[in-house]
Design a protein. Structure first.
Ligand code: PLP
Length: 487
């Protein structure tokens, strides 16, 4: 039987570690770089690091440097060495970092400010919507409750919203899922086979990248500028990749917040059609327009064969765990076949709650828009006060700022230091298709203004700690934090 343990090769490990430069002692810097790569998910938990001999060769350092670095990692709880299995990556007990590249919030019992996810608390009116939904429930109680296509009235409300946005849709074109990530999994499992090429934005949404990697896809990155798509470059990528599939987030892209203009949609759609690339359009964030005014047409209006995934998570509340897929011309039947292998429908009550919420407001309410804008202003103000060399340009919509860091603040190190201060953030490399993005950090503006300001104060303390370590010419050792965490 072959050993299923994933292996991180010596060359890849050397790339992840990067240039150790003049950092002294070198073993400490090596241990720190490996710890950061585990913490931000670039080295998966449970994987086997190269042998000391292999890594010595790949890095061009002494064997003692690698041996002592591995010793530091073992002492810090980041590595276990087993006879016959080599050195396996693990996490110190009690650490909140999960070493996965998918994003999900910390346990709510943890005493931290959690900006890992761009998700808000429930808006006003959710309790009342639950109460009304309970009133609608009895008519479903005589059936089995396994609604693999979804609650009919909700499918109708979702279809109407597409039609209103300029994409004629019938309830038959829609299935309700347990959120957008579940929808992305359904489409991926029906479409993508190991070795298939899939075009994705870089930076992109980590959980989608993770779903695709787990399906064995080869990812073809479509580079994003901070302010949007280089459409000429994107068209060239699509032509050259001739990929099986593409996943795009044209509406307030995560993490950049960019919104694709109508004529760019038309050009990219034409290239995708010509390349025979099946396109999944992720519209999870489309309703979070913070400024208002006319929106571009849905991407699928330019590419009628596209499948679209949507969600209530950003427009209403993530706790509903409700999303949907739109696939025209009988495509939903095929998707339901694929879905049934892992899940037989979303909960009926939550679907009825979303129906109630959509009847009151299909997108975000003005009150919610004002709230999100106030949080964003508080974040911008705190950044200009405490971290004036962090640069960002707010987008028209979305729930986060994509921030460019100064060169002496690598994002992964900043995120690790921030955790010591009781602040969880997702570093730039989490959003990278193929590594890099250390100059970028995503900061969601999803908490009340005072909490946003406190988050930035903690980030500034973390930045000071990273800079102090650099000034001393060596990386910081793992140490228990003031919050009882192990760094
Ligand atoms: C682009 C994108 N897709 C999907 C999701 C997850 O959506 P859901 O909560 O519906 O699974 C998010 C959440 O941040 C997102 O930004």
């Amino acid at each position: 039987m072959t050993d299923p343990t994933p292996v991180v090769g010596a060359a890849r490990t050397a790339r992840l570690v990067g240039d150790l430069g003049s950092a002294r002692p070198a073993y400490r810097a090596l241990a720190d770089a490996l710890r950061v790569a585990v913490a931000d998910g670039r080295i998966a938990l449970g994987s086997r690091l190269p042998s000391e001999r292999e890594l010595t060769g790949a890095l061009g350092v002494s064997r003692t440097t690698v041996s002592r670095a591995y010793e530091v990692l073992r002492d810090g709880g980041y590595l276990v060495s087993r006879r016959g299995s080599g050195s396996l990556v693990t996490l110190p007990e009690g650490s909140r970092r999960r070493g996965s590249s998918s994003l999900f919030p910390a346990d709510p019992r943890d005493d931290v400010i959690d900006l890992t996810c761009a998700a808000t608390r429930a808006p006003v009116g959710v309790v009342e919507a639950y109460e009304r939904a309970v009133g609608l429930l009895p008519r479903y109680l005589t059936g089995a409750g396994y609604l693999v296509f979804g609650v009919p009235e909700l499918r109708e409300a979702i279809a109407d919203r597409y039609t209103e946005r300029g994409l004629p849709t019938t309830p038959d074109d829609v299935i309700v899922t347990s959120g957008a990530v579940a929808g992305i999994n359904i489409v991926t499992s029906s479409l993508v086979h190991p070795g298939d090429r899939v075009v994705v934005e870089n930076p992109g949404y980590p959980n989608t990248l993770d779903v695709l990697r787990r399906a064995g896809a080869r990812l073809a990155p479509l580079p994003m500028d901070p302010d949007g798509w280089d459409v000429q470059g994107a068209v060239a990528t699509v032509r050259a990749a001739r990929a099986r599939a593409a996943v795009l987030v044209p509406d307030f892209q995560n993490p950049t917040g960019a919104l694709m203009a109508d004529d760019d949609r038309a050009r990219l759609a034409a290239a995708l059609r010509a390349a025979g690339t099946t396109t999944l359009v992720d519209e999870t964030i489309v309703e979070v327009d913070l400024e208002g005014g006319p929106m571009p047409l849905p991407f699928a209006a330019h590419l009628p064969g596209a499948v679209t995934v949507g969600s209530a998570s950003k427009s209403h509340w993530g706790g509903l765990r409700t999303g949907w897929l739109r696939a025209p011309r009988g495509g939903t039947a095929h998707l339901v076949e694929s879905r049934a292998a892992s899940d037989l429908g979303a909960p009926v009550l939550e679907q009825l709650v979303l129906l109630e919420l959509m009847r009151a407001a299909p997108g975000i309410t003005d009150e919610r828009r004002l709230d999100l804008r106030a949080s964003r202003s508080a974040l911008l103000e705190a950044l200009s006060q405490h971290l004036p060399d962090v640069r960002t340009t707010p987008a028209r919509g979305g729930l986060s700022l994509w921030c460019e860091l100064p060169p002496d603040l690598p994002s992964s190190r900043l995120a690790v230091a921030a955790e010591d201060e009781g602040l969880l953030v997702a570093a730039g490399p989490r959003f990278a298709v193929d590594g890099g993005l250390e100059r970028w950090l995503r900061l969601p503006h999803v908490l009340p203004g005072e909490a946003m300001a406190e988050a930035v104060r903690r980030l500034a303390v973390a930045a000071g700690a990273v800079r102090a370590d650099r000034g001393r010419g060596r990386a910081r050792p793992a140490r228990p934090s003031s919050h009882g965490l192990v760094a």
